[in-house]
Write a protein that binds this ligand. Structure first.
Ligand code: HEM
Ligand SMILES: *[C@@H]1O[C@H](CO)[C@@H](O)[C@H](O)[C@H]1NC(C)=O
Ligand SMILES: *[C@@H]1O[C@H](CO)[C@@H](O)[C@H](O)[C@H]1NC(C)=O
Length: 317
């Protein structure tokens, strides 16, 4: 090979290394801190053992992080003079939970690793996976190496997080804005196979909808009065502490809790996929894995962008 060829080869090797350094990898912490992932898993398992719902809450945190300017832990920043906290957005206020568990994981991981080398954004992604596994769901290799934002945006959160009153076209459009397709929408909505929702998020559907199983509606109304009881809880599917496919079974029986849930099975383009997931849980699991990885790759901060926060609730100074 002549010297021009060598230089060309060098350029190719260097640029592919460069690309690697700036994209996410499941092995990111293998040398930096091999105990990082087992440590996260341990804290998540303990938290889910203490309260099964925490697994659902942690999964939702990662989703709400990724949909607002990418998976950059912006959701974890507390309000301050410079931070218009996403915690105060419509979808998160008095609703998003699990922040104390993230703090606990962060403290434990920093202690085990000897310094703050694991980002808060990666903690959210791994905790979501470990939560799904702890509740009996599928596992996947989480791509890692995200860094943390120095900003947050309540306005962006209000614009980008989907609302429970959305119909199918609105949901499809909301996911499309994130580069996610209809299959991602249905698979990821399967996250509602775990966890609970408050009365104010499903009241209108249980009193007004026509595409609802009447017995189911009556049952839900019993714990969700026309006025008051806004924070009363109901399960998102029949088995809210198990990551199974009951969610899709429920949709076919018109027992979706939120308008946005039933919208996935109401005579539209996603009906077939709901039926597939209902009949073949493995297909749901495989698609859920794939879509979680896809969602986890949304606009990560890598290289020298962002920072590694020492406290997930505050930017470093
Ligand atoms: C498709 C659009 C979606 C809408 C409109 C939506 C809306 C909601 C609402 C209104 C709640 C109840 C919140 C409360 O009452 O405080 C909720 C809970 C939940 N969501 Fe979603 N969601 C969507 C997609 C997703 C996705 C993609 C995931 C994860 C992959 C997810 C995971 C969860 C979980 C696990 C809970 C229960 C949280 C808990 O018990 O603390 N959701 N969602
Ligand atoms: C049912 O729909 C009507 C008409 O839109 C509305 O006035 C009423 O407040 C709704 N009821 C509930 C409980 O949301
Ligand atoms: C409540 O439900 C009714 C009937 O489905 C609908 O016409 C109305 O727009 C809904 N209200 C809200 C706030 O979604």
């Amino acid at each position: 090979m002549d010297s021009r060829g060598l230089i060309l080869l060098q350029i190719i090797v260097l640029s592919s290394l460069g690309a690697k350094a700036f994209s996410l990898s499941p092995y990111y912490y293998q040398n930096i801190c091999p105990q990082a992932l087992p440590t996260i898993k341990k804290v998540v398992q303990a938290a889910v053992y203490k309260e099964r719902r925490m697994g659902a809450s942690l999964l939702r945190l990662h989703f709400h992080d990724c949909f607002v300017n990418g998976c950059d832990a912006s959701i974890l920043l507390d309000p301050s003079s410079t931070i218009d906290s996403e915690k105060n957005s419509l979808a998160n206020r008095n609703s998003a939970r699990g922040f104390e568990v993230i703090d606990e994981i962060k403290a434990e991981v920093d202690r085990i690793c000897g310094r703050p080398v694991v980002s808060c954004a990666d903690i959210l992604a791994v905790a979501a996976r470990d939560s799904v596994v702890a509740l009996g769901g599928p596992s996947w290799k989480v791509r890692l190496g995200r860094r943390d934002s120095t900003t947050a945006s309540r306005t962006q959160a209000d614009a980008d997080l989907p609302a429970p009153l959305m119909d199918l076209p609105a949901l499809i459009n909301n996911f499309k804005n994130q580069g996610l397709n209809e299959r991602d929408l249905v698979a990821l909505s399967g996250g509602h196979t775990i966890g609970l929702a408050q009365c104010f998020t499903f009241r209108n559907r249980t009193y007004n909808a026509t595409n609802i199983d009447p017995a189911f509606a009556e049952n839900r109304r019993a714990s969700c009065p026309r006025t008051g009881g806004d924070a009363n809880l109901a399960p998102l599917d029949a088995t809210p502490a198990s990551f199974d496919n009951a969610y899709f079974n429920n949709l076919v029986k018109q027992r979706g809790l939120l308008i946005s849930d039933q919208a996935l099975f109401s005579g539209g383009s996603t009906d077939d996929l709901v039926n597939t997931y209902r009949m073949y849980p493995r297909v749901f699991w495989n698609d859920f894995r794939k879509s979680m990885i896809k969602m986890g790759n949304l606009k990560p901060l890598t290289g020298n962008h962002g920072q590694l926060r020492t406290n997930c609730r505050m930017v470093n100074y």
